[in-house]
Design a protein around this ligand. Structure first.
Ligand code: SF4
Length: 248
């Protein structure tokens, strides 16, 4: 395992530290990003846990549970935020339940302010088909922003090779939109690295992955991908939209 090069203020295990000011968090991210660029995913998570303690959480779309597995080895009981948009595949909810039952993580399922029926009433049916940016803003971005209120840093499983919009994702960066440090321990991983980790550790994977869905979002906005397509080509297929806005 690569030694962690960043020596920053560490938090005692189990202690919930005070929230840091935005300027300090931004500075932390600016220092740690370059220094951890070549660190292993385990070292990046270890740095985040040591720096932010209980003010660090991970997130998961439940396409697989690689990040959840990896982070829970380092910090058993770590908070895992899952956005339940109300429009997921049943397999995704099943994967969430299996992760909660089998891994030492604290799953926090977050739901939008409006149910799907309430959103239909307020904005009309099938908003995702007419204005997916607004739909994502209501069902993903706003709930996640609220859920991250008690944290200084959050982790995602995003990888640079997934799409052109992600090729410059730092392993640790400043998320100006949320005022948080954003940690992407798997940013440098290739698909082969993910598969090797899954095989080595017997990690839970959403069964839809084997059915042609390498990237899984809401069932209304996700299709199977063809051979040779980007992993995220099945997301909002047929429109110019490539991201939900969480990673803005
Ligand atoms: S992925 Fe589609 S259905 Fe889900 S929140 Fe975004 S636009 Fe709405």
């Amino acid at each position: 395992m690569t030694a962690v090069p960043v020596t920053l203020r560490r938090t005692a295990p189990g202690r919930r530290p005070e929230s840091r000011a935005a300027d300090e968090l931004r500075e932390l991210a600016q220092i740690a990003g370059p220094e951890l660029e070549l660190a292993s995913a385990e070292d990046i998570v270890e740095w985040a846990v040591g720096t932010f303690g209980a003010r660090f959480c991970i997130t998961s779309s439940m396409t697989d549970s690689v990040l959840a597995h990896l982070a829970s080895r380092i910090a058993p009981g770590i908070d895992l935020v899952f956005l339940d948009t109300g429009l997921h595949f049943v397999e995704t909810i099943g994967t969430r339940d299996a992760v909660e039952a089998t891994l030492p993580v604290t799953v926090r399922t977050v739901i939008p302010a409006l149910s799907v029926a309430e959103q239909d009433e307020a904005y009309g049916r099938d908003l995702y088909a007419r204005d997916p940016d607004l739909c994502c803003a209501l069902r993903k971005v706003a709930p996640l922003t609220d859920a991250l209120d008690g944290y200084d840093a959050w982790a995602t499983g995003m990888r640079r090779e997934e799409s052109r919009s992600r090729v410059i994702a730092p392993v640790v960066g400043w998320d100006a939109a949320k005022g948080k440090v954003k940690v992407s321990p798997l940013a440098r991983w290739r698909r082969a690295d993910v598969e090797a980790y899954i095989a080595e550790h017997g990690v839970l994977v959403n069964p839809l992955v084997q059915d042609g869905y390498p990237s899984i979002g809401c069932r209304t906005c996700t299709r199977r991908v063809e051979v040779g397509e980007d992993a995220r080509a099945g997301r909002w297929s047929g429109s110019a939209k490539t991201e939900c806005g969480i990673h803005a």
